[in-house]
Design a protein around this ligand. Structure first.
Ligand code: NAG
Ligand code: NAG
Length: 304
């Protein structure tokens, strides 16, 4: 003969809720379900307040920039910007560069992957370039969870001990977050323009103030993984200083505040993992107490 199937016979133990057995039963129930909650809660991270996901931001170079070239003689330093008002303030120190830019989507996913920018600034022999400061402005958007738009800024600042004829830079444009983003909705708090292009007040274009204000924002961009190399001036005359810049827009980890369902799901999983152990142990204990008839109870066998 084969053993094809097993079916347990149920024995019911019955008593009034206010009897000793009833009170024992309720206490065991409380001990089964409350302590796991306390343990899960006290062991940190019960309510998930922050999580991360990865996204490649949608970045566009706005074709706005401010360029400063420091020379050995301070009064000969040069500058240029795409803001007309700033150029007016510079007066005779303006030097217009020759610019080539291209932004390429190498993997064809609809998002630009890098910026290739080359500037060629005509110089004379007396202008010995020792330092470069370049501010580039970007438009950055995130889409995957909440729709976030922000004003991006990249600062390239470097100097050399010898007269340079050019500098090349390679870097990543990354986000810097002081606050997790929302998990859905629209967020335009970080979209304020960095420069007021229409202002004629010199303070508007003061680097230290602009950078200080920008760094106070909760969501900003900056360059990281940056490498720059200078090319030394050759003998004879140099008629241009060239800047070759490549900025990559990589995928990156972004912090966000999880939505209510994610928080509840994660809390439930933690609670259940601990509660299962308590349920098994206390069920065994209860079974032992009742079968051994520790408390007076009525026994009834189910008959089919
Ligand atoms: C970047 O642009 C410069 C000048 O247009 C070009 O010579 C260079 O090959 C470009 N680099 C890449 C990686 O496209
Ligand atoms: C920036 O973040 C801080 C704390 O993370 C917050 O108190 C403040 O309100 C945020 N500012 C803005 C403009 O969102």
């Amino acid at each position: 003969m084969w053993n094809l199937h097993k079916e347990p016979i149920t024995i019911q133990y019955q008593a009034s809720p206010f009897s000793k057995a009833g009170i024992f039963y309720v206490s065991v129930l409380i001990l089964t379900f409350i302590p796991p909650l306390l343990i899960a809660y006290r062991s940190q991270g019960f309510w998930q307040r922050m999580d991360t996901y990865r996204e490649q931001p949608e970045i566009h170079f706005k074709h706005d920039m401010i360029l400063y070239l420091e020379t050995l003689l301070p009064e000969k330093s040069l500058a240029w910007s795409t803001f007309k008002n700033f150029n007016q303030l510079l007066q005779d120190r303006v030097r217009v560069p020759f610019i080539q830019t291209s932004e390429t989507d190498w993997n064809g996913d609809g998002k630009l992957d890098d910026l290739n920018l080359s500037l060629s600034i005509p110089i004379t022999n007396e202008e010995q370039i020792r330092g470069v400061t370049l501010l580039l402005l970007f438009d950055v958007k995130l889409h995957r969870l909440s729709s976030v738009g922000l004003s991006g800024l990249a600062l390239i600042q470097d100097e050399s001990v010898f007269d340079g004829s050019g500098m090349s830079v390679s870097a990543d444009l990354v986000l810097h977050q002081k606050q997790p983003l929302a998990s859905r909705g629209r967020d335009s708090r970080f979209q304020d323009p960095i420069f007021d292009a229409f202002s004629l007040n010199p303070e508007t274009f003061e680097f230290s103030k602009v950078l200080r204000d920008y760094s106070r924002r909760n969501l900003t961009t900056r360059l990281s993984n940056q490498y720059s190399t200078w090319t030394r001036c050759g003998l004879g005359h140099n008629n241009a200083f060239t800047l070759d810049i490549q900025i990559h827009y990589p995928e990156q980890a972004i912090m966000y505040t999880p939505g209510i369902w994610q928080v509840l799901k994660w809390a439930w999983v933690q609670y259940l993992a601990i509660a299962v152990i308590f349920m098994v142990v206390f069920r065994q204990f209860r079974s032992h107490v009742f079968t051994a008839q520790v408390f007076p109870v009525a026994r009834r066998k189910d008959v089919f």
